[in-house]
Design a protein around this ligand. Structure first.
Ligand SMILES: N[C@@H](CCC(=O)N[C@@H](CS)C(=O)NCC(=O)O)C(=O)O
Length: 236
């Protein structure tokens, strides 16, 4: 595996999108340093962060040992691919296997993540309980869980036979399944996958990163953080 001498900087907050990268870095066992981006306090709008992550969303990384010099990467999927390519792990180089991993990686980034995020919002954070929004996103997450469950009936992992960045991407979004109104008993293959992954020591370490910070923020009760995160419009 490629050696990493200087630590990778991880711009991070402990949420499902942040966990993808803390898990990957723990799985790789490469040195990294966490730079907390407290999204409830507005750190995502600081100019230094926007310079590497123009979408004002974490995670992002800076690899001081990038190709030809330091490189920054934003968007969790792009970060997972970058790290997988660089270290030659959890992202197969065989084209067929790679395509399967990419299918499920993009499925998570474009589907499971946004839909589960909306389910969290309408179920747990919206100031009014809007039945239409709750039902729409709870049902869509249920459909997506069904898609994963079917895939995992014939494949041990989402990408196929091997554990990959596609699994790391989805795990953090299944972890809060109760907040999405889901019951894993309905999805036995997904439950088997979830329990296997949660038992991996590197996954446990990745999920621990910044846990205390997350508990301090308590978004459901923190009106200032909600004002920072909800109702954003274009900024000049
Ligand atoms: N598509 C992005 C989504 C990242 C994202 O939504 N991050 C959230 C936390 S889970 C965030 O930074 N929110 C800050 C904000 O809403 O201002 C990715 O996969 O990296």
């Amino acid at each position: 595996m490629h050696a990493q001498n200087e630590p990778i900087e991880l711009f991070y907050w402990p949420t499902p999108n942040g966990w993808k990268i803390s898990i990957m870095l723990e799985e790789l066992g490469v040195p990294y340093e966490v730079r907390y981006v407290n999204i409830g306090a507005g750190d995502q709008f600081k100019p230094d962060f926007l310079a590497i992550a123009p979408n004002n969303r974490m995670p992002a990384i800076i690899d001081p040992e990038g190709p030809g010099g330091p490189i920054s990467v934003f968007e969790s999927g792009a970060i997972l691919q970058y790290l997988g390519r660089k270290f030659g792990q959890f992202y197969p180089s065989d084209e067929r296997a790679r395509v399967a991993v990419e299918e499920w990686l993009f499925w998570q980034v474009g589907g499971l993540g946004p839909m589960a995020g909306q389910a969290h919002h309408f179920r747990n954070y919206a100031p009014e309980k809007i039945a239409y929004g709750i039902d729409r996103y709870t049902n869509e997450v249920n459909r997506l869980y069904g898609v994963m469950n079917k895939r995992l009936q014939e494949n041990r992992y989402l990408g196929g036979a091997d554990y990959s960045i596609a699994d790391m991407a989805s795990l953090g979004w299944v972890k809060p399944y109760k907040d999405q109104g889901q019951d894993l008993e309905e999805f036995p293959n997904l439950k088997r996958w979830f329990e296997e992954l949660m038992a991996r020591p590197a996954v446990a370490r990745g999920l621990e990163v910044g846990k205390a910070e997350r508990e301090k923020l308590n978004l459901a009760a923190n009106k200032d953080a909600q004002a920072m995160l909800f109702g954003q419009r274009a900024r000049s």
